[in-house]
Design a protein around this ligand. Structure first.
Ligand code: AMP
Length: 112
Protein backbone atom coordinates (compact mmCIF):
# COMPACT_ATOMS: atom_id res chain seq x y z
CA UNK A 1 0.00 0.00 0.00
CA UNK A 2 1.30 3.48 -0.80
CA UNK A 3 2.05 5.80 2.10
CA UNK A 4 2.51 2.88 4.52
CA UNK A 5 5.88 3.08 6.25
CA UNK A 6 5.95 -0.65 6.98
CA UNK A 7 5.12 -1.52 3.36
CA UNK A 8 8.06 0.70 2.42
CA UNK A 9 10.31 -1.26 4.80
CA UNK A 10 9.11 -4.52 3.21
CA UNK A 11 9.90 -3.13 -0.26
CA UNK A 12 13.34 -2.01 0.92
CA UNK A 13 12.61 1.66 0.27
CA UNK A 14 13.15 2.52 3.96
CA UNK A 15 15.98 0.87 5.92
CA UNK A 16 15.34 -1.27 8.99
CA UNK A 17 17.43 -3.48 11.22
CA UNK A 18 15.99 -6.78 10.09
CA UNK A 19 16.02 -9.80 12.39
CA UNK A 20 14.05 -12.31 10.32
CA UNK A 21 12.29 -12.50 6.98
CA UNK A 22 10.42 -15.09 4.97
CA UNK A 23 7.67 -15.01 2.35
CA UNK A 24 4.96 -14.15 4.91
CA UNK A 25 6.50 -12.04 7.67
CA UNK A 26 9.28 -9.59 8.46
CA UNK A 27 10.78 -8.79 11.88
CA UNK A 28 12.89 -5.74 12.60
CA UNK A 29 14.04 -3.67 15.55
CA UNK A 30 11.76 -0.89 16.73
CA UNK A 31 13.41 2.44 15.92
CA UNK A 32 12.21 3.89 19.25
CA UNK A 33 12.93 0.98 21.57
CA UNK A 34 11.04 0.97 24.88
CA UNK A 35 13.14 -1.85 26.33
CA UNK A 36 16.62 -3.31 25.77
CA UNK A 37 14.95 -5.77 23.41
CA UNK A 38 12.14 -4.34 21.29
CA UNK A 39 11.29 -5.60 17.85
CA UNK A 40 8.23 -5.75 15.63
CA UNK A 41 6.88 -8.65 13.58
CA UNK A 42 4.70 -7.65 10.63
CA UNK A 43 2.89 -9.52 7.88
CA UNK A 44 4.08 -8.78 4.34
CA UNK A 45 0.44 -8.42 3.38
CA UNK A 46 -0.89 -4.97 4.25
CA UNK A 47 -3.52 -5.28 7.00
CA UNK A 48 -4.43 -1.96 8.61
CA UNK A 49 -5.59 -2.89 12.12
CA UNK A 50 -6.20 -6.01 14.23
CA UNK A 51 -9.89 -5.49 13.42
CA UNK A 52 -9.08 -6.32 9.79
CA UNK A 53 -6.97 -9.40 10.53
CA UNK A 54 -8.86 -12.63 9.81
CA UNK A 55 -6.09 -15.02 8.74
CA UNK A 56 -5.58 -17.11 11.86
CA UNK A 57 -2.53 -18.90 10.45
CA UNK A 58 -0.86 -15.59 9.68
CA UNK A 59 -1.66 -14.20 13.14
CA UNK A 60 -0.23 -17.36 14.67
CA UNK A 61 2.88 -16.99 12.57
CA UNK A 62 3.45 -13.47 13.90
CA UNK A 63 3.38 -14.96 17.40
CA UNK A 64 5.61 -17.95 16.71
CA UNK A 65 8.09 -15.76 14.84
CA UNK A 66 8.39 -13.44 17.83
CA UNK A 67 8.96 -16.39 20.16
CA UNK A 68 11.58 -17.86 17.82
CA UNK A 69 13.49 -14.56 17.77
CA UNK A 70 13.23 -14.14 21.56
CA UNK A 71 14.74 -17.62 21.94
CA UNK A 72 17.48 -16.87 19.41
CA UNK A 73 18.32 -13.59 21.14
CA UNK A 74 18.47 -15.30 24.54
CA UNK A 75 15.69 -13.58 26.49
CA UNK A 76 12.86 -16.09 26.20
CA UNK A 77 13.48 -17.56 29.66
CA UNK A 78 13.75 -14.22 31.48
CA UNK A 79 10.57 -13.23 29.67
CA UNK A 80 9.01 -10.69 27.39
CA UNK A 81 5.73 -9.07 26.39
CA UNK A 82 3.88 -9.48 23.10
CA UNK A 83 1.37 -6.76 22.29
CA UNK A 84 -0.57 -5.56 19.26
CA UNK A 85 -2.14 -2.12 19.53
CA UNK A 86 -5.44 -1.26 17.84
CA UNK A 87 -6.73 2.18 16.81
CA UNK A 88 -6.74 5.32 18.96
CA UNK A 89 -7.50 3.95 22.43
CA UNK A 90 -4.88 1.26 21.86
CA UNK A 91 -2.31 3.90 20.79
CA UNK A 92 -1.81 2.38 17.33
CA UNK A 93 0.31 4.84 15.34
CA UNK A 94 1.29 2.76 12.30
CA UNK A 95 -1.69 1.33 10.44
CA UNK A 96 -0.09 -1.90 9.25
CA UNK A 97 -0.51 -4.49 11.97
CA UNK A 98 2.58 -5.32 13.99
CA UNK A 99 3.30 -7.46 16.99
CA UNK A 100 5.60 -5.76 19.49
CA UNK A 101 8.01 -7.97 21.42
CA UNK A 102 9.59 -6.24 24.42
CA UNK A 103 12.05 -7.77 26.85
CA UNK A 104 15.48 -7.54 28.38
CA UNK A 105 14.27 -5.83 31.57
CA UNK A 106 11.48 -6.13 34.15
CA UNK A 107 8.44 -4.60 32.45
CA UNK A 108 5.75 -2.70 34.36
CA UNK A 109 2.25 -4.10 34.80
CA UNK A 110 -0.34 -2.81 34.22
CA UNK A 111 1.26 -0.91 31.34
CA UNK A 112 -1.00 2.17 31.76
P1 AMP B 1 2.16 1.37 17.47
O1 AMP B 1 2.06 2.56 18.38
O2 AMP B 1 1.72 0.09 18.13
O3 AMP B 1 1.49 1.60 16.14
O4 AMP B 1 3.72 1.17 17.22
C1 AMP B 1 4.39 1.62 16.10
C2 AMP B 1 5.83 1.35 16.36
O5 AMP B 1 6.53 1.45 15.14
C3 AMP B 1 6.48 2.35 17.33
O6 AMP B 1 7.00 1.65 18.44
C4 AMP B 1 7.55 3.01 16.50
O7 AMP B 1 8.71 3.29 17.23
C5 AMP B 1 7.79 1.98 15.42
N1 AMP B 1 8.31 2.51 14.18
C6 AMP B 1 7.80 3.53 13.44
N2 AMP B 1 8.54 3.72 12.34
C7 AMP B 1 9.53 2.80 12.37
C8 AMP B 1 10.63 2.50 11.50
N3 AMP B 1 10.85 3.19 10.37
N4 AMP B 1 11.45 1.48 11.85
C9 AMP B 1 11.24 0.79 12.99
N5 AMP B 1 10.22 1.02 13.83
C10 AMP B 1 9.38 2.03 13.53
Amino acid sequence: MTNCIFCSIIKGDIPAEKLYEDDKVLAFKDVNAQAPEHFLVIPKEHISTPNDATDEALLGKLNTTAVMIAKERGFSESGYRLVMNCNSDGCQSVFHIHLHCLGGRQLNWPPG
